[in-house]
Design a protein around this ligand. Sequence first.
Ligand SMILES: C[C@@H]1N[C@@H](c2nc3ccccc3[nH]2)[C@H](O)[C@@H]1O
Length: 448
Amino acid sequence: TIALQHGAHRTGNRTDADMARWRSLRFGQFIHWGLYAIPGGEWNGKTYNGAAEWIRSWKEMPHEEYDKLYRQFNPVNFNPQQWAAQAKSMGAKYMIITTKHHDGFCLWPSKYSKYTIAATPWKKDLLGPMIDAYNKAGIDVHLYFSIIDWNHPDYRASLKNAADSAAGKRFQLFVKNQLAELLQRYPTIKGFWFDGTWDDSWKNDGAFSDELEQYLQSLHPGLVMGSRLRADEKGARHFDSNGRLMGDYEQGWERKLPATIEDVHGNDWEAVMTVPENQWGYHAKWTGHVKTVNEILEMLVKSVSLNGNFVLNFGPKADGTFRTEEQQLAAGIGQWMKVNGEAVYNGTYAGFEKQDWGYYIRKAGTDSVYMVVFNIPVSGSLRVKLPARTELTGASMLLGNTTLTPEWIGRNEYFLHLPGKTTDSPVVILLKTVTGENKDKGNFEKAK
Ligand SMILES: C[C@@H]1N[C@@H](c2nc3ccccc3[nH]2)[C@H](O)[C@@H]1O
């Protein structure tokens, strides 16, 4: 291995209570909200086909025009209690809010910048009421913070000369001050979600990212921060030059999911997902495929079945309301979560061989294994293949609490026959299993 000062400082996952809590929540809501919601992907009658929150980088969008938008930001319909109620009914257990995206506009009245909510017609802090409302609804809040800051005069993508280095040093102090300010103003937050850490200026100063991470942990012990903040002293990101994960969980799964358990290398991880193909901030005209409730449920369940968290993104409008598609998704997901959420919360990798009908999820540390069925076979019979020396002692569908009698079909294989009625939502079955030594007489023929 390579000797590293600023690589990973821990092997294996964090085992403390704060991380166990994050791991148990499994389902989060991302919220991208800021000045980019005003143009909503459109400018001077033309549409920006990129991500709406990147419109400032569009050549047809004059920077000085974008930088004046704060003068009209006035979310008169912002209702944090409604936002929190919607997230609660959807079944989200944590929320990640953009405190400052790449454009540098702060949703809180930072004393380190003039480019904040205080300079808008709204004037008031948006983060405080939001965090309070979500916490009151029993939802944890994590703060998204972009290192890239297109508004700050000292931001440099790369450091080419002494002047750049001096600016870079001032910028690093600015970042440190703003993060300390956020922790001081919002002490109930549970973590930071860093973004915009791919430029050379950041990548080539692994020492700073390491010291910053340790500084934030010292201010707020237990803080959960993903791998995206970190670089090691050789410029390696997420995984250090010895291939060890930095930060508390792998944070690279943006708009994509791992395929198998091998892809996550035993690390905690989280996936963040957009509803359309690639829009985080509000875009007036979604084009391309908009994900359905069942598609999102499958991503959530697949993530949990592979020991990860899944975060669904919402992009509120400039006035503080949510678009109809997002409201309908939240309601549809929540309807399913109300009946089946127990298979998601505290869910972990079951250790069973993946089957075609869907996903196994083990309730952390128990013998309770859920089957979440997305593909009902034409036979209506689900093949359940258990690890060696594991026996199926019972099964019940959560919906209607319907008991299923497993049919043993040899060795550790059983059929579960679903009752005839078809459904258009994933079917959850709770399996009761026993393994090896503590086997008792099942209520059907024992394995030969
Ligand atoms: C969580 C997501 N990360 C930001 C982002 N910017 C990118 C630039 C290039 C490639 C990927 C990117 N993701 C997106 O704007 C959104 O905030």
